[in-house]
Ligand binder design. Structure first.
Ligand SMILES: [Zn+2]
Ligand SMILES: [Zn+2]
Length: 192
């Protein structure tokens, strides 16, 4: 027991062995205070973990079951963000027109520069208040992952071209009865 306590004392408190879930303002869940990193030596980094049932990304996008991490490292030019996230987005299936939850996963690496001299194409600077809000980047990168033809499931049967019923839910009988279907030919053969 005493051994354990002695061992625990040896762990430097300023460097947690495991990354911890990030405490942020619930209204701005991806806004991080990075002030403490700015005066650290080059190479020091910190990992932020996220896990939210729902976040708003921009005015029009709601991401649910949002989770992931962002490692922020002090470099000579600024703070480097290496982020990896996943979340679900409500989408409409192009075949059956039902809404469903599309799972998305995405990663990005971006530099928030200390000065205009070292700014990248993205034009990101470490803000005066030393808070980096990853929401705009998160939204942009997430939307890049949205499929062009979203499908609720691989074998979605879509809508019946004759009566418009959702063929995942009802068997309206139109498809197998078509005059040019292989089954129709078979039927005509067996009937004779
Ligand atoms: Zn569908
Ligand atoms: Zn039908």
């Amino acid at each position: 027991m005493t051994l354990r306590v002695r061992h625990a004392r040896m762990i430097p408190l300023t460097y947690p062995s495991k990354p911890e879930y990030t405490m942020t303002n619930p209204r701005r869940p991806l806004r991080l205070n990075v002030g403490f990193l700015i005066n650290q030596p080059i190479g020091v980094s910190r990992e932020f973990l996220f896990d939210y049932p729902e976040i708003k990304a921009g005015e029009d996008t709601r991401l649910t079951n949002f989770s992931g991490s962002a490692r922020i490292s002090r470099t000579p030019q600024g703070l480097l963000v290496q982020a990896k996230f996943e979340a679900s987005l409500t989408m409409e299936c192009v075949r059956c027109l039902e809404t469903y939850q599309q799972r998305l996963g995405w990663e990005f690496t971006e530099l928030y520069a200390f000065s205009r001299r070292s700014v990248t194409e993205s034009g990101l600077l470490v803000p005066e208040d030393a808070h980096i809000d990853l929401e705009p980047l998160t939204r942009d990168y997430a939307l890049l992952e949205v499929p062009i033809n979203p499908i609720c499931k691989e074998n979605c049967r879509g809508l019946c071209p004759v009566c418009g019923e959702n063929m995942n839910q009802v068997d309206c009988g139109h498809r197998s009865g078509g005059a040019d279907s292989p089954f129709a030919v078979l039927k005509s053969l067996t009937d004779e």
